[in-house]
Design a protein around this ligand. Structure first.
Ligand code: ADE
Length: 259
């Protein structure tokens, strides 16, 4: 999969990308990250990428010309350009106003062979970039960062680990918290007893069916306790529902999924 990242701070990406699983994915040919400095597409002496907002007010706004030029020179003409071409891949603007990123969006994006990501900075980006260049807008949460670089790293990371062959265990991403709409069950490793705290016996039993059932139930209980909102949308079996009903009827303080 190929990412083209348009940013004013390309230097912040390398330390993370080079020290993580992403580097291994790149070495194995599963991932290509191309960083493009938007400033390289300015033409004035000061390499200006921002300007005052029309109508006044605080903060600076990223100018449209270098962003359009950067994206078009890498991807080719896009909708709104003179010859009104179709972009070869989604063009994502990172902004706190976008749809909120989650595991389902990570999965959707991981099916694309290529993604372009524009990192906004300053107070925002000229509205014409939103209207005529980008095809998607994503936020990583309801808080405001100083720019889209950290969100871009988060998205590249979450998407890359879903690409076939990137993780050692091909089933790993299937069990992840959120993958099936539930939080993941608790994990334990050796030693079997640490400071008097024992690993649950079932995990040492070697009985794979019991272990699978225990894990499913722990996932359900954990989701009920921490994120009951997720249970409303999760794909639950009849057995899951019976388990939760039974648990609720014996634990009056258990949250209901509507809370
Ligand atoms: N830029 C600033 N804040 C952001 C957020 N929460 N998500 C994506 N991009 C951003």
């Amino acid at each position: 999969m190929r990412f083209d990242i348009f940013t004013l701070l390309p230097e912040v990406f390398s330390p993370y990308f080079q020290a993580s699983i992403l580097q291994k994915a790149a070495e194995r040919g599963l991932l290509e990250i191309h960083l493009h400095n938007i400033r390289d597409w300015t033409h004035d002496r000061h390499h200006t990428t921002d300007d005052l907002p029309y109508g006044g007010g605080g903060g600076m706004v990223m100018k449209p010309e270098p962003i359009f030029e950067a994206v078009e020179s890498v991807l080719g003409p896009v909708a709104g350009a003179a010859d009104d071409g179709q972009p070869p891949c989604p063009i994502i603007l990172l902004t706190p106003q976008g749809r909120v990123f989650n595991q389902a969006i990570a999965l959707e994006l991981s099916r694309q062979p290529r993604l372009a990501i524009i990192c906004g900075r300053y107070e925002g980006v000229d509205e014409r970039v939103r209207e005529h260049l980008v095809t998607d807008e994503i936020s990583i949460g309801d808080y405001v960062l100083t720019g889209g670089e950290l969100p871009a790293m988060i998205i590249v990371d979450a998407v890359t680990r879903l690409l076939p062959g990137v993780l050692g265990d091909p089933d790993g991403p299937m069990d992840d918290s959120h993958a099936g709409g539930l939080l993941e069950y608790p994990h334990y490793t050796r030693p079997p007893e640490f400071r008097g705290w024992r690993v649950p016996d079932v995990l040492l039993s070697g009985d794979h069916a019991r272990i699978a059932r225990w894990r499913r139930e722990q996932s359900l209980l954990r989701t009920l306790a921490r994120r009951p909102d997720l249970l409303d949308k999760a794909a639950l079996s009849e057995q899951d529902r019976r388990f939760l009903d039974e648990y609720r009827s014996t634990s009056p303080q258990a949250p209901s999924s509507k809370e």
